[in-house]
Design a protein around this ligand. Structure first.
Ligand code: GL2
Length: 837
């Protein structure tokens, strides 16, 4: 129906409102206007950074218009919504993505050019938003992009860390990693809207009194109260006006809370309280796949889930629906166990604040939540000590114990007297202290549980939660294979390839970028020499871009005609960067022993590494140090350096990945079988036509299924063998010299200090010599043979290029659009709705 215009004269309002501008002249006007007013700068002293700021503000104006329209659209429409709760959103840069999605890239390029700036120089001024550690955080960013593109009512909720993932420096003296803070908000962030009016109080500590009136309710009071303030980040869809929201919370002290202290003249104490409130969102924890049980981390998790749920509840209540319909209007996806407290918090809100009886509240909760597991590594499974929970969140601990009691009864009913089963399934792990198993809690309270690739989802069922599968039934546990957004990971980072694909498919770019299965059309042209030539030329161009970048950084020449071999990811023993570097040393020693004539026949190779190690992960940091020092020796060796060179690129980031990935001939995805849940950079490399050298693990398996095994290079033992091999390492150890002489020679070379170090690498080498948990000694020979196959295949450039085209052509499945479709249909039950033009 007609709505009454709220204030003033409607015509005056609407005639002054503007829509998204797309004309170059309007872009220019807006940029200049922002230079003049927002930045208060003059044309003659404007540098590239100022031009970036002005272009960002101009672009942001457009985003805000669409963002507003989208929020109004969905508020009116009242559809079911989905919320993606993630402690990490690894967004990278925004400007180029915003320009692409708004469809004003060419106009902005032209406008900047006529103002005297090159768009490339302007775009690189932007600092990455690096609020994540690795794949898990980047996945969340890809999923936001796909949700907006598919016009789905999805919001992300996270934390606005003042410091993102640390900056990695490599120490000149010894090649080791140093960590420096990442003050990414130092300059204004144009991509966020502070919502100082969207504020919630979040309580910590205090005490909880049960009412004992039969209702199960309790009153939680006292303790510390802090404020959560919303900052909204606009998430534009591609080829649509729909612009979703990522809401990030910042903590701040509650004013007046410490008035008592001020009055008492205890200024120091009052200020301390404020500091501790601000500390909650100060820093992203830099550990990937490990938990340390720090109180501040638990505070982050509760702060974030409490604010997010309060916000969802407010939005739901504005719709005037009965509380029992909460799950019909809200789906919440838990990105790993980090947001598991949201389950407990929703119980608390329903029971204590909304007066909903326990069993009804539990029905609502178990219909609302969905849980994604992202790793099977035991060190990543979150457990929180009961005493810490008691201290920090006394009411939540009561609720957890109430959940435990009821769950015990239902297990006992189904499996009477099976005490061992109860112990395995319990949400509480016995010990000193007792610990809360967050994964078990997430499983018990979620409607569905999923892994992130077929193999991983099977391991989730068979190894992580077999008892729960038996109890709840198989259908609760399923798979959604990860995906990546082709907008950022093909069109933006590899524009030349995107153009070639558009030309070859004879389809508009916005068609195949929204339906990536269309890439299969490339297969028809695989044998076309013209396409092969252009395809090779694009790769060469991308390699030259990277070579130039590295030359600037290291002052060394990089041969773009050599094969580019890339492994970029967090440093972790299970990812086996060690296997790669030992393989490089093996190759170097072979080259050293060759005559100059023999060397000429060798496939030239440039090996690239990049990745951060958690600051406290000693072995991972040693691996970086070894790679850096090996590179210094190899690159300086005139006998071999035309044939083999090696670079460790510091401070790996989304933006660095955007330069490296399009330039790779091959990427290494070489985790011990059964350890990498999915991997997502494997998909990105293949999308840019980089072949895959990898183990039979994670999404590598599904990539091979798509492109065919003859287009990938697989090696190594399979998942079912790994446990057996580990058992043998422990109970029937065989010295490396016997088991794998080639590897033993490599280890000895490192021990002999030809790469320096004076014995510092021994602890790293000993992880291989003793125990060898990640089975390097078992996989080394097979790895070296696979590398030889790669070298051989590369000799036939035509065949190689055909493999490359075939690989790209079969990446349709790995679009995050497909993954989000799966979640929307099979999990969240939400529908698309387009904001009108
Ligand atoms: C990870 C997995 O290790 C990785 O294989 C997967 O691709 C991503 C996204 O699902 O999740 N799990 C995890 O804890 N991190 C990952 O990258 N940090």
């Amino acid at each position: 129906g007609e709505e009454k215009w709220p204030r003033g004269d409607q015509k005056t309002w609407t005639s002054s409102m503007r829509n998204v501008f797309t004309e170059t002249s309007d872009v220019t006007k807006s940029i200049v206007n922002h230079v003049q007013t927002s930045l208060a700068r003059a044309p003659y002293n404007l540098d590239d950074f100022g031009a970036y700021q002005a272009a960002a503000l101009a672009t942001r104006d457009n985003l805000i218009v669409n963002w507003n329209e989208t929020q109004i659209h969905f508020t009116r429409k009242q559809p079911k919504r989905a919320y993606y709760l993630s402690l990490e959103f690894l967004m990278g840069r925004t400007l180029s993505n915003a320009l692409l999605n708004l469809g004003i890239q060419p106009q902005t390029e032209q406008s900047l050019s006529s103002l005297g700036f090159s768009i490339e120089d302007v775009l690189v001024q932007e600092r990455d938003a690096a609020l994540g550690n690795g794949g898990l955080g980047r996945l969340a960013a890809c999923y936001l992009d796909s949700s907006a593109t598919q016009e789905l009512p999805v919001w992300g909720y996270g934390l606005r860390y003042k410091y993102g993932i640390f900056m990695q420096l490599i120490k000149e003296e010894d090649g080791s990693q140093l960590e420096a803070p990442d003050p990414w908000l130092e300059h204004q962030n144009p991509w966020e809207l502070p919502r100082l009016d969207v504020v919630y109080e979040v309580r910590f500590y205090g005490s909880s009194e049960r009412l004992n009136d039969g209702s199960g309710r309790a009153v939680w009071s006292g303790g510390q109260e802090v404020l959560a303030v919303a900052y909204d980040v606009m998430i534009p869809g591609y080829g649509t006006r729909n612009t979703n929201n990522l809401r990030l919370w910042e903590s701040k002290p509650k004013r007046g809370f410490d008035l008592q202290s001020f009055n008492a003249g205890d200024y120091e104490h009052a200020v301390e309280a404020s500091n501790s409130a601000a500390a909650i969102t100060s820093v992203l924890y830099p550990n990937d796949h490990t938990t340390f049980g720090k109180e501040l981390r638990l505070k982050q998790q509760y702060f974030w889930t409490a604010a997010s749920l309060a916000d969802m509840m407010r939005r739901f209540k504005n719709m005037d629906k009965p509380i029992n319909e909460f799950a019909e209007y809200n789906a919440i996806q838990l990105n790993d166990t980090h947001p598991t407290l949201a389950i407990v918090e929703l119980m608390r809100m329903l029971v204590d604040e909304e007066d909903v009886p326990w069993s009804q509240a539990w029905t609502i909760v178990t219909n609302t939540f969905f849980f994604t597991n992202h790793t099977v590594l035991p060190e990543a499974l979150e457990k929180w000590p009961v005493p810490l929970m008691q201290h920090l969140l006394p009411r939540h601990l009561q609720i957890i114990f109430d959940i435990v009691r009821r769950f015990f009864l239902s297990v006992e009913k189904k499996f009477p007297g099976d005490v061992a089963r109860l112990a395995r399934m319990s949400l509480i792990e016995e010990g000193f202290p007792q610990q809360i198993r967050m994964a078990n809690l997430a499983v018990v309270a979620s409607r569905k549980v999923n892994g992130v690739a077929e193999l991983h989802s099977e391991l989730v069922r068979k190894n992580l939660f077999p008892d729960f599968v038996e109890f709840f039934g198989k259908s609760k546990f399923s798979n959604v294979t990860n995906g990546v957004t082709p907008r950022r990971w093909l069109d933006q980072c590899n524009p030349a390839l995107s153009q070639l694909i558009t030309d070859t498919l004879k389809l508009p770019r916005d068609v195949w970028l929204k339906d990536l299965y269309k890439l299969e059309g490339l297969l028809q042209h695989v044998d076309d020499p013209k396409l092969q030539k252009s395809w090779a030329a694009v790769k060469r161009q991308n390699k030259e871009r990277l070579a130039h970048f590295v030359e600037q950084m290291f002052g060394l020449k990089v041969d773009a005609s050599a094969m580019f071999d890339v492994q970029i990811k967090r440093l972790h023993e299970y990812k086996r960067q060690t296997l790669n570097i030992l393989g490089v040393i093996y190759r170097y020693l072979l080259l050293k022993n060759m005559t100059p004539e023999e060397r000429k026949k060798v496939n030239k190779k440039v090996v690239f590494f990049a990745g951060k190690a958690a600051p406290g992960y000693y072995v991972a940091k040693l691996t970086i140090r070894l790679i850096v020092n090996v590179s210094r020796v190899i690159n300086a060796d005139p006998d071999t350096n035309q044939y083999l060179s090696l670079f460790f690129l510091p401070d790996y980031s989304v933006s660095l990945a955007e330069v490296l990935i399009p330039a790779a001939d091959i990427s290494q995805q070489i985790s011990t079988a059964g350890t990498e849940a999915s991997g997502t950079s494997n998909m990105k490399f293949c999308l840019s036509g980089g072949l895959l050298l990898g183990t039979v693990d994670g999404a590598n398996i599904e990539i091979a299924e798509e492109v065919g095994e003859d287009n990938v290079f697989f090696f190594g033992h399979l998942t079912p063998d790994v446990d057996k091999l580990r058992y043998e390492h422990t109970y029937h150890p065989v010295p490396v010299e016997q088991k794998c002489p080639e590897l033993a020679k490599v280890l000895d070379a490192v021990s002999s200090n030809i790469f320096g170090g004076n014995g510092v690498y021994e602890p790293l080498l000993n992880t291989v010599r003793q125990g060898d948990y990640y089975i390097l000694t078992d996989d080394f020979d097979s790895y070296i043979r696979a590398v030889e196959m790669v070298d051989e295949a590369y000799q036939d450039q035509t065949e190689w290029i055909k493999k490359s085209i075939r690989t790209t052509a079969k990446m349709g499945k790995f679009s995050s659009d497909r993954a989000i479709q799966d979640y929307a249909q099979e999990y969240w039950n939400i529908e698309s709705s387009r904001v009108s033009e």
